[in-house]
Design a binder for this molecule. Structure first.
Ligand code: GSH
Length: 227
């Protein structure tokens, strides 16, 4: 059986993508959590991941690293990873790639911290632009393909890439249109997402850099298992 190596559930947004996809598609895998220990985990993570980062998938002795590469491997195993129609598949792939390589301002200002509820206080032009673009692509998907997921009635890799963003939207009370906010709520209500968040809240580890980054632009409303 394949092993998916992930980081701390509270912080590891990249790990959440393949994890939630595999759970939603009920693909069998063993989960191995390698926790972050301080700001530099490179040498330790290099023992199992060539990039020194998580997630990575180990399958029959073959290692696949980087969340997008893992998802593409999953698509070779299960055709449900991407949507069925060409138009939906093109849109889903484009969205996944845009999220993979973009939204840097949003990512930096609002790190994924599952256990804490923040109120975002200051935005820059770059964060505003990322939020406007996010709203645009969510509305486009929901309108063109009819929801409740991004490209129609079933969860695909595009939704998996949006799950960590939904945690940020909710965790920082970010402003989006009501249809986009409803979509984020739909993702957060999925059973695997509820489980991930519950387990994230139970983790005792605190990553000071992520916590400091979040507090640069936001105040804490409530927190589970941290001060
Ligand atoms: N592009 C990579 C990025 C992976 C990444 O940055 N992972 C972070 C955790 S979410 C990591 O492993 N960081 C190493 C560290 O914090 O030492 C992917 O999609 O998998």
């Amino acid at each position: 059986m394949a092993t998916l190596i992930i980081g701390n559930k509270n912080y590891s947004s990249w790990s959440l993508r393949p994890w939630v996809l595999m759970k939603m598609l009920e693909m069998p895998f063993e989960e191995r959590l390698e926790r972050f220990q301080g700001p530099d985990n490179y040498d330790r993570f290099r023992q199992f991941s060539p990039s020194g980062k998580v997630p990575c998938l180990i399958e029959d002795g073959v290692t696949i690293w980087d969340s997008l590469a893992v998802v593409e491997r999953l698509a070779e195993i299960d055709t449900r990873v991407w949507p069925e129609t060409l138009a939906a598949r093109a849109f889903a792939r484009s969205v996944a790639c845009e999220i993979h390589s973009g939204f840097m301002a949003l990512r930096t200002a609002c790190p994924m911290i599952c256990r804490t509820q923040f109120k975002f206080q200051s935005a820059s032009a770059e964060v505003d632009r990322d939020l406007a673009r996010l709203d645009e692509l969510l509305q486009q998907g929901l309108e063109n393909f009819g929801g409740p997921f991004l490209t129609g009635d079933r969860f695909t890799a595009a939704d998996a890439f949006l799950c960590p963003i939904a945690v940020r939207v909710s965790g920082f009370q970010l402003h989006l249109s009501s249809s986009s906010l409803n979509y984020c709520k739909t993702l957060l209500a999925l059973e695997p997402m509820q489980r991930w968040i519950l387990e994230a809240k139970a983790e005792p580890w605190v990553d000071d850099l992520e916590e400091m980054a979040a507090r640069r632009n936001a105040v804490v409303i409530s927190a589970d298992n941290t001060d």
